[in-house]
Design a protein around this ligand. Structure first.
Ligand code: C2E
Ligand code: MG
Ligand code: MG
Length: 398
């Protein structure tokens, strides 16, 4: 696909700037280019045209009548499939928040660039579109591939396995554990990530079976690793929705003890969820699990709306800083401050700090200088099958 086969819509109130962008598109071979002076006009064009007829919208933010942010909100709410390039004079920080906002609205965002956009930037963004590199819709797309019924069948056939991702003690530079992450080993589609099945299971309130399948397999793995002389802690994810069942703590404890594993070697990572209905039950479960010796980790710390509140009422033993803060730590001052404060908070509360999403040597160095306890991320290793993880441990974590 080349620019000449794509339909563009340029939304910009400044006539001169709009004409420049249109000219750039034409120079890249674009034939179909429509123009609008503000968000409202752009929506009108999109409503008249059949919904698929605009492929890429290039959109200014500060416009009269309907600004770019409101326009993006409508685009998201109407499930319009057009991809968006944001052109703006906003400061970089503000552009980042607009980016986040677009993602939250489910808008397929190709990128946000400071004005004036250059021909090279424009070409790169169109190239990105052609390669299907639009993160937001792509992940939504995957989600829709499987129906709940297909997932149930897969579970019946025991096609779900934990993959293990190493967690490293930063001070000792030594492997200290692993997080078990669910994977669907699909006979036709290969290894499927959790975003394709967990939201559906959560919505249907059918997480229990997966939780216990993961727990059983991960604890068995923990046992055999320990038998081989690797004393590692295994982390398992538990969504808050499963914690509303008051019997959960005892069932989890029995499963772990039954496999001959000490609950002290198991960390339960709890992800916050807006869908939580019974707070009291969840708190009772968590308190009981802690009493039985399990480690409790607050996953994705810094995201969601009640992290702080949770931290206060639950006896957590680990604070896991969300990867969105860790990823840009070397280049983004605000992110570094967020991570630094989280590490400080963890230390004051006497719990371990874990950074997830450590992707580069640079990330590692910054985290080390901030005295973060534990690191996890692609820089160390990607999640891997149990066999591969066994080899990894046998090789001394290399
Ligand atoms: P999480 O618990 O925050 O897990 C970390 C996610 O970040 C994993 O994605 C992991 O593969 C990914 N990751 C690790 N290091 C890096 C890195 O350096 N860069 C990047 N870009 N990503 C990295 P995954 O496996 O797709 O899991 C997504 C989420 O699904 C998990 O987030 C967790 O909330 C949920 N999940 C996974 N398995 C289970 C499960 O068995 N039960 C429950 N309830 N939730 C699960
Ligand atoms: Mg986790
Ligand atoms: Mg996380």
């Amino acid at each position: 696909m080349i620019a000449s086969e794509l339909n563009f819509l340029v939304v910009e109130d400044d006539d001169f700037q709009r004409r420049i962008v249109v000219a750039m598109l034409r120079s890249l071979g674009a034939v179909e280019v429509q123009e609008a002076g503000n968000g409202r006009q752009a929506l009108e064009i999109l409503h008249v045209a059949n919904p698929r007829s605009v492929d890429i919208v290039l959109c200014d933010m500060d416009m009269p009548e309907m600004d770019g942010m409101e326009f993006l909100r409508h685009l998201g709410q109407e499930n319009n499939t057009a991809a968006v390039i944001i052109l703006s004079m906003l400061e970089r920080v503000l552009l980042v928040s607009v980016e986040k906002m677009s993602e939250a609205y489910g808008v397929k965002l190709l990128g946000a660039v400071e004005k004036p956009i250059t021909l090279v930037q424009l070409e790169a963004l169109i190239f990105r579109y052609e390669r299907g590199e639009n993160r937001v819709r792509q992940s939504h797309g995957v989600v829709q591939v499987f129906t709940l019924e297909e997932i149930r069948q897969g579970m019946k056939a025991e096609q779900f396995e934990p993959y293990f991702q190493p967690k490293v003690d930063m001070k000792k530079g030594r492997l200290m554990g692993a997080e078990a992450l669910a994977r669907w080993i699909h006979p036709k589609c290969g290894v499927i990530a959790p975003c394709a099945f967990i939201p559906l299971l959560e919505k249907a309130r059918e997480m229990d079976e997966l939780t216990f399948m993961m727990l059983e397999k991960s604890v068995a793995a923990c046992r055999s690793l320990q038998d081989k002389g690797h004393s590692l802690a295994i982390s398992i994810n538990v969504s808050l929705t499963s914690l509303t069942d008051i019997t959960l703590a005892d069932r989890v404890t029995q499963t772990v003890l039954g496999a001959g594993v000490d609950p002290r070697d198991i960390v339960l990572e709890v992800t916050e969820s807006a869908a939580m209905t019974n707070v009291a039950h969840a708190l009772e479960n968590l308190a009981r699990l802690r009493m039985h010796g399990f480690g409790l980790s607050i996953d994705d710390f810094g995201t969601g709306y009640s992290s702080m509140q949770q931290l206060m009422r639950i006896a957590f033993s680990e604070l896991k800083i969300d990867q969105s803060f860790v990823k840009n730590i070397a280049h983004n001052e605000a992110m570094r401050i967020m991570v630094e404060s989280s590490i400080g908070l963890a230390r004051k509360l006497k719990v371990k700090s874990v950074a997830e999403g450590v992707e580069t040597q640079q990330d590692w160095e910054v985290l080390k200088s901030l005295n973060c306890d534990i690191a996890q991320g692609y820089f160390i290793a990607k999640p891997m099958s149990l066999d591969a993880f066994m080899d990894y441990c046998a090789g001394g974590g290399e």
